[in-house]
Ligand binder design. Structure first.
Ligand code: C5P
Length: 314
């Protein structure tokens, strides 16, 4: 990232949506979270956060949809419950900053879709506020603050393809040299992440499950850029509970496969399905066919891996 001078008044930061190419979920921990073994993958689909310095003590958030993106921002709060707002306040307190900030979030990532859009906004807000306030915090410090805000925030800072452990906050890069092409098909109706985890615990009642691990075959397929190998190892322990809670997800999965997706998996806790396509043209065609099928609200072609939260030229 380019160095940013103390005089910076306004900065724009872009942060990626993510999918979990694999998500293994362990037993419920005493702290209320589940231990994970996951492969995160950052996508070109991204949100932007524009930060401008404001009067001391003032933090405000405005949320708009990128024109033509079709993202419904009505459900996104602009008050202090917004994750980007919380990110700014957390950094302000941590770094002892007097100055305030005005945040403008430009959304392209579908809301409440299991794509970590809120976490992307929080990661972007951390990087943007760090720049306009010139706090001098390093990426590692921002990631530690990010982990307090949500399990997916450290990955939105990190980007690329990464193994995630702990509750998702411990990251190690995964070699994945070639671009992978995906279609994100968002099913109707949101899903609550805690509810999906709780449903998994109920399904597993009495059989809490061993510590999860990522299949070696997936890591070597990613390293070899073997699209069929990646497709064969897509997996998500939250898929079954998400499909129970939102049966329309099953229909989306079936439709994508019938329409020729190389593979498909529910992303995170849903209700988005990530379909793998053989190349960019196949992804574009699949997105058009899925949209026409009426099985999902929206189908977006995209690709990965993309960078973590980064400052755009200004
Ligand atoms: O960290 P995040 O805000 O995304 O977590 C939301 C909820 O999802 C948690 O309160 C918890 O119920 C569930 N969760 C979990 N295990 C994880 C991540 C999230 O049980 N590793």
């Amino acid at each position: 990232m380019a160095p940013v001078r103390a005089s910076t008044q306004s900065v724009t930061v872009r942060a990626p949506a993510k999918i979990n190419v694999y998500l293994g979920v362990g037993p419920l921990r005493p702290d209320g979270f589940h231990g994970l073994a996951t492969v995160f993958h950052a996508l070109q689909l991204s949100d932007d956060v524009v930060a401008e310095r404001d009067e001391p003590g003032r933090v405000s958030v405005e949320v708009v949809a990128e024109p033509g993106s079709g993202v419904d921002v009505d459900a996104v709060p602009c008050d202090e419950t917004n994750l980007a707002h919380r990110a700014a306040e957390t950094l302000r307190r941590y770094a002892g900053v007097e100055c305030g900030v005005r945040l403008r979030i430009v959304k392209r990532i579908p809301v409440a879709g299991g794509l970590a859009g809120g976490s992307a906004d929080a990661a972007a807000a951390l990087v943007a506020c760090d720049a306009v306030w010139d706090t001098g915090c390093g990426r590692a410090e921002l990631a530690t603050l990010g982990a307090r805000l949500g399990s997916d925030v450290p990955f939105a800072l990190h980007g690329g393809t990464a193994l995630g452990s702990g509750r998702g906050e411990h990251l190690a890069p995964v070699m994945s040299p070639s671009r992978l092409h995906w279609v994100l098909a968002v099913a109707e109706g949101g899903l609550s992440t805690p509810e999906v985890y709780a449903r998994l615990d109920r399904i597993r009642a009495g059989r809490p499950g061993a510590a999860p691990s990522v299949p070696d075959g997936l890591l070597s397929a990613l390293r070899r850029s073997d699209v069929d190998g990646v497709a064969a190892h897509l997996g998500n322990d939250l898929q079954a509970p998400a499909c129970e809670l939102r049966p329309s997800l099953r229909r989306v999965l079936d439709t994508g496969r019938e329409l020729g997706a190389v593979g498909g998996v529910v992303s995170g806790s849903g209700p988005t399905v990530a379909f793998l396509a053989s190349d960019e043209a196949a992804a574009r065609d699949l997105a058009a066919d899925l949209a026409e099928s009426g099985s999902c609200l929206v189908a977006v072609p995209t690709s990965g891996a993309a960078s973590g939260a980064r400052v755009l030229a200004h």
